[in-house]
Write a protein that binds this ligand. Sequence first.
Ligand code: UD1
Ligand code: CA
Length: 461
Amino acid sequence: MNNLAIILAGGEGTRMHSEKPKVMAEILFRPMIDRVLDAAKGAGADEVCVITGYKAEILENHLAGRAVCVHQDRRLGTGHAVMQALPLLREKQFDNVLILNGDAPFIDSETIREALSYHLTRGFVQTVISARIDDPTGYGRIVRDYNGDFTAIIEEASADKETKKINEINSGAMWFRADALVELLSKVTNDNSKGEYYLTDTVGIAVREKRPVGAYTAKNADAVLGANNRLQLMELNEKLRRKVLERLMLSGVSIPCADGVIIDDHAEIGTDTVILPGTIIKEGSTVGRHCVIGPNTVLYKTKVGDNVTLNQVQAEEAEVADNANLGPFVHLRPNAKIGEYVHCGNFVEVKNSVIGAHTAVSHLTYVGDSDVGKGVNFGCGVVTVNFNGKTKNRCVIGDDAFIGCNTNLIAPVKIGDRAYTAAGSTIDRDIPDDALAIARSRQENKENWVIRKKPYREKKY
Ligand code: UD1
Ligand code: CA
């Protein structure tokens, strides 16, 4: 079977008051369009076509290579939006076409697949995914006859008082047999109060032609929810946030207070890990077992092992091995690889560096573009001087080295195993194994200099 998915994403989303297309609005840090795209692909769509319109270039850049984008020059309604994909439908032979609304981010692959099998086994030309919801205001209503057979979708703007009471609504997601879609679309007109080509009119047309159509009621009623303004966006965010936290707690993660805790819906977190307030775990992150994460920790594309403590840590594209203890106030920048039993804390920044096991970087230190061995001790205020204004260079520090306080390591430079640097040294030459490097001028004491020079004003106290 060869199935096409068409995602409608051309609308401006006036009520969002945004300079971006509405479908770029994020739910748990991921644009709604990405969630809908994942659902389509997860349900087995062979090809995905996104109908763009308002600020199309933003969507085209965002989706590059992930979907075919077709531009709708004028927004004349959802039926008109689907018409833009007609050339694609003529060009290739598709069996079925799935239509999805780009602004309904909770649609899931399972619901789509169940609707497809309902559609195929009953031989329908069109199967609409519907849901029963408490407040149907604003949605198209599913109209059924006295037998319960689906006969039409009536949009809110065209609905009379009785129709408005119907609480089974059109999710906007629907399956068509490809040939039927082309035929039905050619009969849709804009003869309604808004002057739009409604995709939903295809149902009434099919029924009049005595072609079989159906409405598949989604088990997951949330699958139909959409966000038209930022208040609804917040409600969807909160709904998904709670759902993720509940799933994690029921699988053995402790979240004693969920204030400010936001966790990506794909994040994996091990059992007996505790997540403290203000912790945000974004996409591409995993956390092992028996960790304490937070308070106020942000992880983005970061892998954290078991028994790790992250207290007030910001990490992006980093890795932290088992038993590391980081914080308070640590910044891990891309490609920071922190080894087992490492301690970093109190204003330490690590970037594009490997820190070997059991190394301690405890205070006010910058480690950038460096390969640090095992068991190294960094004194307070060490700086790897990795940038000379033109190029970035690496520092290599051997196992069990001891870097004295306020050492500058001017890269490229290599510090041998067990080597020491004297506090306050500026090191720009390699240090052999087991050596002490002193790179500062020797101290001289001038006896009675103050008495002779009297460099101060007379003190009044
Ligand atoms: C639509 C349905 C309604 C359903 C609801 C579910 C129609 C006529 N109505 O209403 O039955 O209950 O979705 O959320 O289909 N779009 C375009 N081009 C256009 C117009 C819209 O690409 O010319 C896109 C929008 O960006 C959006 C989607 O189509 O992603 C739905 O359009 P929207 O205007 O939000 O329709 P609703 O009023 O929500
Ligand atoms: Ca909508």
